[in-house]
Design a binder for this molecule. Structure first.
Ligand SMILES: Cc1ncc(COP(=O)(O)OP(=O)(O)O)c(N)n1
Ligand SMILES: Cc1ncsc1CCOP(=O)(O)O
Ligand SMILES: [Mg+2]
Length: 200
């Protein structure tokens, strides 16, 4: 199965289940819990999501907490500027794991790939209310600058909707990552299908 173009970032098993039921192996589910959540709760959620994903052929990734990713047998993890450095994360996960890294500019992107990143989460592409404290959006042009600089999949993140997917693909993005477009949708399964159609 090719690397997934649609990445759902969530801390809800119900949302993950609806999206996996709709997308199966075309989906990556990144388990991302708030900083105040205990490792035990993160472990229990991630274990349920991994079981769901394995049964459907979907990829499960764990945000930040790579020890939890290893403990539950996830496909890999994602790190940003406040997490383990990419080279350390690669050593922790091992050579075969999927390792995502956050980048918003070509220099950071190149360094992350050189350090062992499998894919890059690139943004914030647009403004979003989901996460506070983000730097200014880089827009499709910023995504394009990163995509032109690296040879790994670029997953655009922040403010992503199905309507914005075409311009992101045009900019060179391989795929997208979303929280709200699926997680806050009245019907997460239908929202998942809408995003997959936009990505196809
Ligand atoms: C696919 C993807 N891209 C970017 C991020 C953001 O990661 P990070 O910068 O470490 O911020 P937090 O998600 O930890 O708040 C991501 N998680 N996934
Ligand atoms: C975790 C994260 N990192 C950069 S933006 C973001 C949140 C994206 O949420 P949404 O898809 O609802 O804009
Ligand atoms: Mg992080």
């Amino acid at each position: 199965m090719p690397f997934p173009r649609l990445h759902l970032i969530t801390d809800s098993f119900a949302v993950a289940r609806a999206a996996v039921d709709a997308a199966g192996p075309e989906l990556a589910v990144q388990v991302r819990v708030e900083d105040g959540v205990d490792d035990r709760d993160a472990y229990e959620l991630a274990g349920k999501v991994v079981e769901l994903c394995v049964g459907a052929g979907a990829l499960c990734l764990v945000n930040d907490r790579l020890h939890v990713a290893l403990a539950v047998g996830a496909g890999g993890g994602h790190v940003g500027a406040l997490d383990l450095p990419v080279d350390a994360a690669r050593r922790v996960l091992g050579p075969g794991a999927v390792l995502g890294a956050t980048a918003r500019d070509p220099g950071t992107a190149r360094r992350a790939v050189a350090a062992g990143a499998t894919y890059l989460g690139v943004g914030p592409a647009y403004a979003t209310s989901t996460k506070d404290g983000l730097p200014p959006p880089i827009g499709p042009a910023g995504v394009a600058a990163v995509a032109a600089a690296v040879g790994v999949p670029v997953i655009a993140i922040a403010g992503v909707t199905a309507a914005r997917v075409p311009e992101l693909l045009e900019s060179g993005a391989y795929g997208v990552a979303v929280i709200g477009a699926i997680g806050r949708a009245p019907d997460p399964g239908a929202a998942t299908i809408e995003l997959l159609k936009a990505l196809s």
